[in-house]
Ligand binder design. Structure first.
Ligand SMILES: [Zn+2]
Length: 671
């Protein structure tokens, strides 16, 4: 789901919704998302309380004694009055012995007329008891473990009144106020419009949606349209069939006077339909963006592997929320900038093909979809665009609170936290790419998408970690522990000093982390760029202590150290400073310069171990000597020199003293 869907869902309730077409670019889109989030966030406590009430009537997550294999929805809908007459067929297998009683989740607002055995309810009538947001069904004979069963629930009601959270809407659009009906079930709204086992953990093997309504409606759902029927009562039925495994919340409907616009996608020898169902008044302004879809499919196919639902289709169905929702093979869309189109398309791999097994692991959906946006801009705009996207996500992710693993799933806002589940999730993948390197990272992503135990199934963080570790050939506990189950990000303080020995330039870098709570300090490989006039050296160190010192090579006299120059880590660097340098501990260095800062005169004190030539140089931060003074046959012992400050630009310099026994340096400020 695009985060704005959730937001707007609440905005609708609070009457703040603004419908309309978005022409924003990706950055503007992100800003809008954040802005809308800010608006609704003020009401967080009230909302959280109402969600808790909503959940209290049910034993989420569904009845574990049944394993769903099929949902077949046969729905008759009227817009005015807003009403649904449903016959939903459910096939399942018993997962416990002697199963004689089980429950389905169905919002209390719906009246259950009957439950009958078989597809379409051709068989015997079953006994049931209506409970709060549930239907308890009693079977005539108990089922043994693994035994299959099919029944059909006949029910009716107004799903919009059932859905306190906008999971089902009757609205209008455009200059003619054309009626529109749509669903958006994620996370807890499926039971507002059909009986189900309300958990993302239990996917059906396939599904079917038959939609009957007045002829003005073009009715859209998952999978392939196998036919339409004009009925004697003036209604039309659209019959949609999905032959892939599907999570209950990814089953959708969207119905209005759609105009269909097609941009087919060819992969190898296969051509797949890409069908956009758009409001007639919207199409002209968004056609150019819809035309981007096949290229996005090509880019993601390269990155993630084949589009998961190639036998069927991809498509969009417009709705009034200014976000998107990744319904399987048919994303519901209210905004059309390339970022949102890429996000919902990315979900077809991450969310739809592999679904988070529980809402605590929503980052496996949203973090990956948000990162898909970055990969799309990288493929089309290069490294600069990618870096800008990641920077934006890092900025938001730094504001994230709590762990990426969602602690409180009774709060929809907590599940779909913009800064955390989306931006931090994407940043974690960016950082993993930095840890693994290009080749291993993208192989790991493809292996994850194709893993036999996960593909078309569900996953939790540990499943993803296992695939990454298998691909990389090493354990990555530290990474997942601190970034998924930990909070915050490292705050580094960097000090460095010249550690050159004769003929071997080098630098000593001390990396200190401000202690946190979880974790106290972060373990990460950290890139460091050591500058010198002769060129830069890029080195990666493995930082696994809160206070750690590294000795690194340099190409010439070191002039500076930049940590993480490629922004591979979400971090803060409080300071990077040069300290008194030399091979020995700075506290033992004999070199003292004062005053510091200096403006006209510098006094330099040092101890000479052996008599000989002494050269005192002032070196700029590029490593070039700007002033040098040599003295020969200097006696050993304490030395005090008074030197005029040379006419150089104000700024930071290194005062370097070369003696027969080595070099000592100290940073000075010239005013
Ligand atoms: Zn999403």
């Amino acid at each position: 789901m695009n985060r704005r869907s959730t937001l707007l869902l609440f905005l609708l309730l609070s009457g703040l919704a603004s419908y309309g077409q978005s022409t924003e670019g990706i950055d503007a889109c992100q800003t809008t998302k954040t802005r809308y989030f800010g608006k609704v966030f003020r009401d967080a406590q009230a909302r959280q309380a109402s969600v808790a009430n909503y959940l209290s009537g049910q034993a989420y997550p569904g009845d574990s004694t049944i394993d769903i294999t099929y949902y077949g929805l046969n729905l008759r809908l009227t817009h005015t009055p807003a009403y649904l007459n449903g016959a939903t067929t459910i096939s399942f297998k018993a997962t416990s012995a002697n199963l004689s009683r089980f429950f389905l989740d169905l919002n209390t607002q719906h009246k259950v007329d009957s439950i009958k055995v078989g597809r379409g309810g051709a068989g015997a009538v079953l006994t049931f008891v209506r409970e709060t947001n549930r239907v308890q069904v009693t079977l005539p004979q108990p089922l043994s473990i693994g035994q299959a069963y099919t029944l059909t629930v006949f029910y009716q009601g107004n799903p919009a009144s059932a859905s306190g959270f906008g999971s089902f809407a009757f609205a209008t659009h455009g200059p003619t106020n054309a009626p529109v009906i749509w669903s958006l079930s994620e996370p807890y709204g499926t039971q507002d419009w059909f009986p189900c086992k309300d958990t993302p953990a239990d996917k059906a093997d396939s599904s079917a949606v038959d939609l009957t309504a007045d002829k003005q409606f073009v009715s859209v759902s998952n999978g392939r349209l196998i036919g339409t029927t004009d009925n004697p009562d003036g209604t039309r039925t659209y019959r949609w069939r999905n032959s892939y495994p599907i999570a209950h919340y990814l089953i959708s409907l969207a119905m209005t006077n759609y105009q269909q616009y097609d941009t087919p996608f060819t992969s190898g020898t296969q051509t797949m339909p890409v069908n956009h169902y758009v409001y007639p008044e919207t199409l002209p302004s968004i056609q150019a963006n819809l035309d981007l879809t096949p290229n996005m499919l090509r880019i993601f196919t390269e990155r993630f592997g084949p589009y998961p639902f190639l036998r069927e289709k991809y498509g969009h169905a417009e709705f009034n929320w200014r976000g998107g929702m990744e319904h399987q093979t048919i994303s519901s869309m209210g905004a059309w900038n390339p970022g949102i189109i890429a996000h919902e398309l990315g979900h077809q791999w991450f969310g739809d093909k592999i679904t988070c097994r529980n809402w605590q692991n929503i980052w496996l959906n949203e973090g990956f979809a948000t990162y898909s946006e970055a990969l799309y801009v990288e493929a089309t705009g290069g490294a600069t665009s990618y870096n800008a996207n990641i920077n934006g996500n890092m900025t938001r992710a730094r504001s994230a609170t709590g762990t990426l693993y969602v602690q409180n799933i009774s709060s929809i806002n907590s599940i779909f936290d913009n800064n955390r589940s989306y931006s931090k999730g994407a940043v974690v993948l960016h950082m993993l790419r930095g840890v693994l390197g290009e080749d291993v990272f993208f192989r790991a992503i493809k292996n994850y998408v194709a893993a036999p135990n996960l593909a078309y199934g569900t996953a939790i963080t540990e499943d993803f970690q296992a695939i990454v570790e298998q691909t990389a050939g090493r354990k990555l506990d530290y990474f997942f522990r601190e970034w998924i189950y930990g909070q915050g990000f490292p705050t580094y303080r960097v000090t460095w000093q010249d550690a050159s020995t004769t003929g071997k330039p080098g630098v000593q870098v001390r990396l200190t982390q401000t202690p946190g709570t979880n974790p106290v300090s972060f373990t990460m490989p950290v890139q460091m760029r050591v500058g010198s006039a002769a060129g830069d050296t890029l080195v990666t160190v493995f930082n696994d202590l809160a206070d750690q010192t590294f000795t690194l090579p340099a190409k010439g006299a070191p002039t500076g150290v930049v940590i993480d120059p490629n922004n591979l880590i979400m971090k803060q660097v409080t300071s990077t400073s040069m300290t008194v340098t030399g091979i020995e501990d700075p506290s033992e260095s004999s070199l003292v310069v004062y005053p510091n800062p200096a403006s006209d005169k510098l006094t330099v004190k040092f101890k000479l171990e052996k008599p000989g030539t002494v050269t005192v140089s002032l070196v700029n931060l590029l490593g070039s000597s700007v002033s040098s003074h040599s003295m020969q046959l200097v006696k050993s012992g304490e030395q005090t020199l008074s030197l005029p400050v040379p006419p150089v630009a104000a700024g930071r310099y290194i005062l370097r003293v070369d003696t027969p026994t080595g070099r000592q340096s100290v940073g000075v400020m010239i005013r």
